[in-house]
Design a protein around this ligand. Structure first.
Ligand code: GLC
Length: 589
């Protein structure tokens, strides 16, 4: 594996649940041994980092975010030995591994909480937050799981006091005012770092501390504690990272980077719904506005960008009007709403529109940050809103058209969740095997597209400048890093669009389309004119004119037509029209 301490800047992250990926033991539940068997698939897809959802012992009332032992593996998923083997096998394929650090709470079945509720004198009592009078304490904190909980306090009949919880009442919050809790969590961090994992997604990180008179989110005490976590990481380990899950406005997320001494990455929650809004409104404004409001971050930090994940598409960070608009446009099914969000996967949100799927990946892969792909979305998997909570977006991975989608040899009734069987997204029509065989499939397109992105450091590390053409249905920007200058042009409209770009700063430069290597006319005196098909996009390298004394390298003639097509809509199918200056145009296969 490479030794670059900034590896996360160029990462393409793949989020998956062990239980949902591949079942090697035929018990209906995915496991580490099964996941290892599928690592070649992930390597072939081109991702270079896996983010694993929680795999710890748990009663699974919140899909494993309710942990009952921070140092173990849920037996259904395998053993610690299997886990270590998984990390080694991933590393052997140059794939890094991120796991969950759920610091905010435990399960109510955790022995700490069991002790705590059994006796007020127990040392563990102070691991949690208690009160006699829930009406008086921390009243300004919002309830997050609005559809399931009325209050952040729950009565414990055993010890006759109320305990604090930000999520389900079966997830009591840990008390970070207790130095033993702080120390214990640092030791848990070290425990997992010693298994070789490359970092952590810090679950629900804004809520660690509570203070009266505040919303009990993003408190200075929380940031101070995170800095101590970072110190532990940097002092004893190399190239490991922290990724903050702080579902907050971008100005409130900014402090999670500290001065480069807190988290390395944080999810860009406010951007995500605005991508969907921009698409439906056919207007670049929502994206440009939110990116312009996004504060700068320290040089070694990075945004994690995503379209969908294992939760509902959260609308907590948009205005009530915007939320209403999103519900109208994207939550047609009466069961689609959950809490303040929409429980759909990507393909159903986009009505399975191939062009929209590609366009949204063009945006996801080319704005500043490291993209996160949710398992199954690389082939346009569907969902099942009837499964309750967020389980509809957590169904078994669809590998083949065989029994149980090739996920498990168990009886269908034994699966942890039914596979998707509807006529549009069912495994008979949407599965990895079939898509691998079809050169034009979305899965093959994704493979080529991930490879195209990985050729340029500018995507993960470069500056961003919006071009703002008069036609506001076009989202266009320049990404620049060291010698690389990329021009990205996205058509948010469902109709063909003409546009003119002001590229005066690059007069004489040539545009070379990234995937096909096709050379476009050089930038002249006039604004640069382009047309884009419905929901189409172009990725160009801007190539500097050769210095006059240098002779221009001859341009290779295109070779045989590329059988597998190419992901850039509107660019001609054809192999490498290689430009020696830019290194683009190599085939992405
Ligand atoms: C995070 C997780 C979510 C979980 C919650 C409580 O938001 O993404 O799935 O329910 O934390 O742990």
């Amino acid at each position: 594996m490479d030794n670059d301490p900034l590896w996360y800047k160029d990462a393409v992250i793949y989020e998956l649940h062990v239980k949902a990926f591949f079942d090697s033991s035929s018990d209906g539940i995915g496991d580490f041994a099964g996941l290892i068997q599928k690592l070649d698939y992930l390597q072939d897809l081109g991702i270079n980092c896996i983010w694993l959802l929680p795999f710890y012992p748990s009663p699974l009332k919140d899909d494993g975010y309710d942990i009952s032992d921070f140092r173990g593996i849920l037996p259904d998923y395998g053993t610690m030995k299997d886990f270590r083997r998984f990390v080694r096998e991933a590393h052997r394929r140059n794939i890094r591994v991120l796991i969950e650090l759920v610091m905010n709470h435990t399960s109510d079945q955790h022995p700490w909480f069991q002790d705590a509720r059994a006796s007020k004198k127990s040392r563990k009592r102070k691991f949690y937050v208690w009160t006699d009078d829930p009406k008086k304490k921390y009243q300004d904190a919002r309830v997050i799981f609005l559809d399931a909980e009325k209050s952040n306090w729950a009565y414990d009949p055993e010890s006759k006091q109320y305990y604090w919880h930000r999520f389900y009442s079966l997830q009591p919050d840990l008390n970070y005012d207790n130095p033993i809790v702080c120390r214990t969590m640092l030791n848990i961090l070290s425990f997992w770092l010693n298994t070789g994992v490359d970092g952590f997604r810090l679950d629900a990180v804004p809520y660690l501390f509570e203070r009266d008179g505040t919303r009990c989110e993003n408190l200075p005490e929380t940031h101070a504690y995170l800095k101590s976590l970072r110190q532990r990481l940097d002092k004893r380990y190399k190239n490991r990272i922290l990724l903050a899950e702080a579902n907050q406005r971008s100005e409130d997320v900014r402090p999670y980077f500290g001065d480069g001494d807190e988290c390395h990455l944080a999810f860009h929650f406010p951007l995500m719904p605005r991508i969907f809004m921009a698409l439906r409104q056919e207007n670049n404004k929502p994206i440009i506005q939110i990116m312009e409001q996004t504060p700068g971050i320290p040089p070694d930090c990075q945004w994690a960008l995503f379209l969908r994940n294992h939760d509902e598409l959260t609308l907590e960070m948009v205005s009530p009007e915007e939320r209403e608009y999103m519900y109208q446009e994207y939550a047609e099914h009466p069961k689609a709403k959950l809490n303040l969000g929409i429980r759909h996967r990507l393909a159903p949100l986009l009505n399975n529109g191939r062009r929209q799927l590609e366009l949204l990946h063009s945006i996801l892969f080319s704005l500043p940050g490291s993209p996160v792909i949710y398992y199954g979305d690389e082939m346009g998997m569907g969902d099942n809103v009837y499964l309750g909570d967020r389980n509809g977006v957590r169904t078994p991975m669809q590998w083949t058209g065989d029994r149980n989608a090739g996920f498990s040899a168990a009886d269908a009734a034994q699966l942890y969740a039914p596979v998707i069987v509807d006529p549009v997204y069912g495994y008979q029509s949407v599965n990895a095997e079939a898509q691998s065989r079809t050169p034009t499939s979305f899965l093959n397109w994704m493979k080529r597209f991930i490879r195209a992105r990985k050729k340029f450091k500018a995507f993960g590390r470069g500056t961003l400048k919006f071009l703002e053409p008069k036609n506001n249905k076009i989202l266009a920007y320049i990404r620049q890093y060291e010698g690389e200058t990329l021009l990205i042009v996205n058509n948010l409209s469902r109709f063909v669009q003409p546009l003119e770009l002001d590229l005066a700063g690059h007069r004489g430069w040539t545009l070379v389309e990234v995937v096909g290597g096709v050379r476009f006319p050089a930038v002249g005196e006039l604004p640069y004119f382009l047309t884009l098909g419905p929901h189409a996009f172009y990725w160009f390298v801007l190539e500097k004119p050769a210095a006059p004394e240098q002779k221009k390298m001859p341009v290779k003639t295109p070779e045989k037509s590329e059988a597998k097509g190419n992901p850039g809509r509107g660019s001609k199918t054809g192999k490498a029209q290689a430009s020696r200056n830019s290194g683009v145009g190599e085939n992405t296969e």
